[in-house]
Design a protein around this ligand. Structure first.
Ligand code: PMP
Ligand code: GLN
Length: 386
């Protein structure tokens, strides 16, 4: 008889992104569920990767990542955010942001510790915290106020066991973006504590309406206690490459790499070298990303104005929440599945990102608008007919 695996995560199933994408494929639905573009990365980037792939750059790069790419990241955070980070000791290239999040948590969170997360929370955070024998403390965002943070609730959630707070701005799945006031409130909460910050900034370049992305890299005092994680997949329309990075002070990076070296060791060479060339040669690409996606957000939202959905235009990311309260009383998990089958549009239910879904007082589905305009127009037409 096969041994019982004695699951470490008995209540964890397959991630909703995999479930909904598979359902979309099964039913031939337009897939606005899992977040990925339906267009390719820049031709010049593909060309650089192909160059390295076909010119013998196919063996292990350094454990922490190719020096040229780490230097390009250090230059980017300096130019954009004014951060002075050492490419050798404070930047690590990871297998997507997912690996960065895992390593930061595994390197620093111990059994018995508490980690503050904001609900709705991206689904990879909690299982990784629990694998360390630690627990998550959930602070609900204020759905009635554009999913803003209630800083009094955050202050109340802090305890002597709080080891880390996981921050995500621009926020998946709501599209909420932190303001300068949030930074001031964060400063007050962390003052006098030794709490670490894990900043998931994968949508750092996708911010709309002239807002400024509040990176931890902007604030020397906050960066001193932060792991800042980002993803080239979002920025260069290449989610399938799974390459990201983590910026953190040298002492934190040192601990981070102790985990990274045994989870992945390093990340494939041709993509790293190709990205390094592209960042150096096209520093304007990420500066235009906000406008690029804002046009898609505006198109999608304007087409939906005539629909029965309630909507507040997203402040960042490539996701738009739609409130379906006046169309259906079904649970979002049921409705997302039914609409994938029946109207052939797949979306993501957001209640799955709550510890207590009862805290979600309004019914929303999340739609990804990182799609060709024709696809968005067709999807909007179907949604308007409901
Ligand atoms: N964090 C958030 C908030 C995300 O939306 C995603 C992916 N879409 C990730 C982390 C993971 O990024 P990657 O694909 O680079 O691992
Ligand atoms: N982050 C993407 C999303 O929110 C999905 C990533 C994944 O499938 N793991 O849709």
């Amino acid at each position: 008889m096969a041994p019982d695996p004695i699951s470490k995560l008995p209540d964890v199933g397959t991630t909703i992104f995999t479930v909904m994408s598979a359902l979309a494929q099964e039913h031939g639905a337009i897939n606005l569920s899992q977040g990925f573009p339906d267009f390719d990365g820049p031709a010049a980037l593909l060309e650089r990767v192909q160059y390295y792939l076909t010119h013998g750059f196919n063996q292990y790069p350094p454990m922490a990542g190719a020096a040229a790419l780490r230097e390009a990241v250090a230059a980017k955070v300096r130019d954009l955010y004014g951060a002075r980070v050492d490419a050798a000791e404070e930047v690590t290239i990871t297998a997507g942001a997912t690996e960065g999040l895992f390593c930061a948590i595994a390197a620093t969170v111990r059994a018995g510790d508490e980690v503050i997360v904001f609900d709705p929370a991206y689904d990879s955070y909690e299982p990784v915290v629990r694998l360390q024998g630690a627990s998550t403390v959930h602070v609900p965002l204020r759905a009635e106020a554009g999913f803003a943070v209630d800083w009094q609730l955050v202050a109340d959630a802090v305890s002597p066991r709080t080891r880390m707070m996981i921050i995500n701005t621009p926020h998946n799945p709501t599209g909420a973006v932190w303001s300068r006031q949030d930074i001031d409130a964060l400063r007050e909460v962390v003052a006098g504590t030794d709490m670490l910050l894990l900043a998931d900034e994968v949508y750092e370049h996708i911010v709309f309406d002239q807002a400024q992305h509040q990176s931890m890299c902007r604030y020397e005092d906050l960066l001193a206690r932060s792991f800042v994680v980002s993803s080239f997949g979002k920025t260069y329309h290449v989610t399938g490459w799974k390459v990201g990075y983590c910026v953190a002070p040298a002492a934190l990076t040192n601990e981070f790499r102790k985990i990274h070296q045994f989870v992945n060791f390093t990340v494939n060479t041709p993509v790293q070298l190709g990205l390094a060339d592209f960042l150096a040669g096209h520093p304007q690409h990420h500066l235009q990303l906000g406008d690029f996606y804002q046009a898609k957000r505006d198109l999608f939202c304007s087409l939906l104005r005539g629909s029965r959905f309630g909507l507040e235009p997203s402040g960042g990311t490539y996701f738009q929440l739609l409130n379906y309260g006046s169309l259906s009383g079904e649970a979002d998990t049921e409705l997302a599945r039914r609409w994938t089958r029946e109207i052939k549009i797949a979306s993501i239910p957001i209640s799955v990102f709550y510890r207590d879904p009862g805290e979600l007082t309004q019914p929303f589905l999340r739609f990804c608008f990182a799609k060709d305009d024709a696809t968005l127009s067709h999807a909007a037409e179907v949604l308007c007919s409901l």
